[in-house]
Design a protein around this ligand. Structure first.
Ligand code: DC
Length: 516
């Protein structure tokens, strides 16, 4: 492993080989958590660079800048053992060459809402300093990927939303799960400053967070109560608490009531060290809502994403199709009337999931999983789906599935009407021509002969029009949903993108997910 000091040495190393650089910025005092970041940053064809820089601009007056642990020799050895190709120890002047104090050039704009909670109020200027140093480090290194720990969740969130290289997509920010010691305390460089007795006290942080989790399992949802369950044991042990706060993990806004997934963060002082920890609290398993018109790759994307995250794939279009099948079977006129209500009241719609997560759908005891894909159903279902009586019955059943969560649910009104509380709401789009091409390929795969593309495009346009203009739960993106255009990217890339969006809202510790 190469050891670099000046900017000149760094530039030589960067120029010495082509290919991407994956970057792990640290403040040194490397431990197993950092080593996990380095291992996560390793990838085929990429060189991994670790930087060690105790950044003066992120410490306020009176904080521990001078006493922050510095162990250059140990750092080099640990970085090499974890697979780093080079470790860079810039001097302050290498980073802040434009001014002694480093304040001459303003950093990127912080979103004020992201620092109104958690560490923001306790550490004025801290996140400005973090943003400033990261912008400069990225300018010098120009990495393709940066690995950062989920332990400092607020830092991760601030950088993701405020650093142009990340939100403009020039560099990928890879979040890495927290690594904990045996007693649950997250690895942190500052742990090395604790005496054995203080080190034992520090374990109270994860223990206290565990109290809150147990209370959630017992039905507690009030933030004030959950926060007090963490604060009380720390204060009883004489540890000064900076904050205990339940927040929305994406927006970092306070969450008065746990509904779904929230993050409970704590900062407390143990001897010379200010320690952070957090726990993701779940009142149910996560829900992802995926909407969009036909032919955007919704089904494939939803199936793959559900597999990756260990969630169930709920295809609500199949439910509308099953009702359409039943109405055609019974020669039920497709309009709202009394006999329709009778049919719906007597209907038994059952969903079961096979070993590979595939949804099997039975209506009144008949397995219609294949029959609902026939063109005559596809042609009829938009009119069926526009009937308020049908929507009411199916929406109720879908919401019942959602009570426990654990779903990636696809349809037309998932984020807007059925699961407005979903952790992630996505709206997939694609041009009509592209969707027609995909529909044709899909039909061919099912052994059906597709009509000419122009005809398909016209049919798709007509179905979309019906879905978008119906009065009941029309197809449209949720206000707080993310629109993802799928034209020029592969299915895998769409799934990667959605997984990344999910991980901005739910940590690996909070929901470890399935297999890759
Ligand atoms: O996704 P799909 O083609 O299987 O959907 C079949 C029809 O059902 C389509 O016209 C839209 C409608 N639908 C709906 O209105 N609401 C849903 N949640 C899912 C599907």
């Amino acid at each position: 492993m190469v050891i670099l000091h000046s900017n000149g040495e760094l530039d030589q190393w960067l120029a010495a080989a082509p290919g991407p650089v994956h970057f792990v910025p640290t403040m040194g005092g490397l431990h197993r958590g950092h080593q996990q970041l380095i291992r996560a940053a390793c990838g085929p064809g990429a060189r991994v660079l670790v930087s060690v820089f105790v950044n003066p601009t992120q410490f306020a007056a009176g904080e521990d800048f001078t006493t922050y642990p510095r162990h250059a020799d140990g750092d080099g050895q640990k970085a090499g053992a974890a697979g780093a190709d080079a470790i860079w120890f810039p001097a302050v002047a290498d980073i802040y060459d434009d001014a002694k104090a480093g304040h001459a050039k303003a950093g990127p704009q912080l979103k004020p809402s992201l620092i109104r909670t958690l560490c923001g109020p306790c550490r004025p200027g801290h996140f400005e300093g973090v943003l400033m140093v990261m912008e400069r480090l990225l300018e010098r290194v120009r990495p393709a990927l940066v690995a950062m720990g989920e332990k400092d969740w607020q830092q991760l969130t601030v950088l993701r939303h405020c650093l142009p290289a990340f939100y403009e997509g020039r560099c990928r920010l890879l979040p890495v799960p927290v690594v904990r010691e045996e007693d649950g305390l997250p690895h942190s460089s500052r742990n090395s400053r604790l005496s054995p007795a203080q080190r034992r006290q520090a374990a109270l942080l994860p223990q206290a967070l565990g109290n809150a989790e147990a209370a959630v399992q017992g039905g507690e949802r009030r933030a004030t109560v959950l926060e007090q369950l963490v604060r009380a044991p720390l204060e009883s042990a004489g540890l000064p608490v900076d904050y205990v706060q339940l927040v929305n993990p994406l927006t970092l806004q306070p969450c008065p009531h746990l509904d779904g997934v929230a993050m409970l963060g704590v900062a407390a002082h143990v001897g010379p060290a200010r320690l952070l920890d957090h726990k993701f609290l779940l009142s149910r398993k996560p829900i992802i809502a995926i909407d969009g018109p036909a032919g955007t790759g919704k089904s494939t994307v939803t199936r793959l994403l559900a597999g990756r995250l260990g969630l169930l794939h709920l295809d609500t279009g199949a439910m509308y199709r099953a009702v359409a099948w039943l109405m055609l079977e019974r020669q039920q006129p497709i309009r709202p009337d009394g006999t329709l209500q009778q049919l719906l009241d007597a209907m038994e719609l059952r969903l079961v999931w096979g070993d590979h997560g595939q949804q099997v759908i039975c209506i009144n005891g008949v397995d219609v999983s294949d029959a609902i894909r026939l063109p005559r159903i596809t042609a009829t279902v938009p009119r069926v789906a526009a009937l308020p009586q049908v929507r009411q019955v199916l929406t109720r059943q879908q919401r019942a599935f959602g009570q426990q969560g654990g779903l990636v649910s696809e349809g037309r009104d998932m984020g807007t009407a059925v699961f407005p509380q979903a952790e992630l709401k996505v709206y997939l789009t694609a041009t009509a021509a592209e969707r027609a091409r995909r529909r044709a390929a899909d039909m061919t795969q099912r052994g059906q002969a597709p009509p000419p593309l122009a005809t398909l495009e016209a049919q798709i346009a007509e179905r979309d029009h019906l879905d978008r203009t119906r009065t009941e739960a029309p197809l449209r993106p949720a206000e707080d949903g993310v629109v993802v255009a799928t034209d020029d990217i592969s299915v895998e890339q769409v799934v990667d993108k959605l997984e990344e969006l999910f991980r901005q809202r739910v940590s690996y510790e909070g929901w470890p997910g399935g297999h890759h």
